[in-house]
Design a protein around this ligand. Structure first.
Ligand SMILES: Cc1cc2nc3c(=O)[nH]c(=O)nc-3n(C[C@H](O)[C@H](O)[C@H](O)COP(=O)(O)OP(=O)(O)OC[C@H]3O[C@@H](n4cnc5c(N)ncnc54)[C@H](O)[C@@H]3O)c2cc1C
Length: 201
């Protein structure tokens, strides 16, 4: 009996209570690349959610044709005051429908789940490897890593447009900077996504 109460509390009660408590709603849907959409969610007391960048949740969008199914999507940015963000690539019915969500749509969720967090880090040297829309939790993890982390990010996409959210930041000697800028441009990174710091005055 005790086990049943715990299961009902966590599987039914908590998912029903949280949307009420946090009043989570779609704030904005914007393009993050071909067939890929960033969905910004806003709500109350989100800072009290025990979540970190790169974890995932089971999301249930409370719209007529979607409310009955919950799908996993990772946070694509570290949680900010009042906002959460996910980034979704259109693959099938559910993920494609999300591009048409209207602002104000209520959102229920279960989670967070997953151990893909900055806390799991065992050393200051970190290599983050992502592919396709798998870059989204990588982006969130980057937000959360402590400032003393030496981080290398390796992303793979069939096409350069498949790599959502990543800007290129370059800092180093002039020749190095020029070479990396040229390589990034050749790879299709738009100029406005390339940032460099000149260490010359
Ligand atoms: C822990 C976790 C985190 C995730 N985070 C994200 C995220 O941040 N952003 C995002 O866009 N997606 C993410 N996904 C994948 C996402 O959950 C699915 O793409 C989505 O639920 C598919 O539902 P659908 O109804 O749109 O497509 P379906 O009709 O269920 O599937 C459409 C097609 O895509 C294939 N497919 C479905 N899921 C996957 C998959 N995971 N990998 C490869 N092929 C698949 C199916 O075989 C089918 O051919 C995550 C999945 C997991 C398990």
């Amino acid at each position: 009996m005790g086990a049943l109460i715990v299961v009902l509390a966590f599987r039914v009660g908590l998912p029903l209570w949280r949307p009420v408590r946090h009043d989570l709603r779609v704030a904005q849907v914007s393009s993050a690349g071909p067939n890929t959409w960033s969905i910004m969610l806003s709500g109350r007391h989100l800072e009290r959610l025990p979540t970190a960048g790169a974890q995932f949740m089971m999301w249930r969008f409370l719209r007529r044709e979607l409310w009955w199914q919950a799908h996993p999507y990772s946070l694509s940015a570290a949680p900010q005051a009042g906002h959460l963000r996910i980034t979704v690539k259109e693959l099938g019915d559910h993920s494609t429908a999300l591009s048409r969500l209207a602002p104000g749509t209520r959102v229920a969720f279960e989670g967070p789940y997953g151990v893909f967090t900055a806390d799991a880090r065992q050393s200051r040297n970190v290599l983050l490897v992502g592919a396709g829309v798998g870059t989204t939790p990588i982006r969130a993890l980057l937000d959360d890593l402590p400032g003393d982390t030496h981080v290398v990010v390796l992303l793979r996409g069939r096409h350069s447009e498949d790599i959502a959210h990543l800007d290129v930041f370059i800092c180093g000697p002039d020749d190095f900077t020029r070479t990396v800028i040229a390589a990034a441009r050749d790879a299709g990174v738009p100029a406005r996504h390339i940032h460099h710091e000149d260490f010359a005055f």
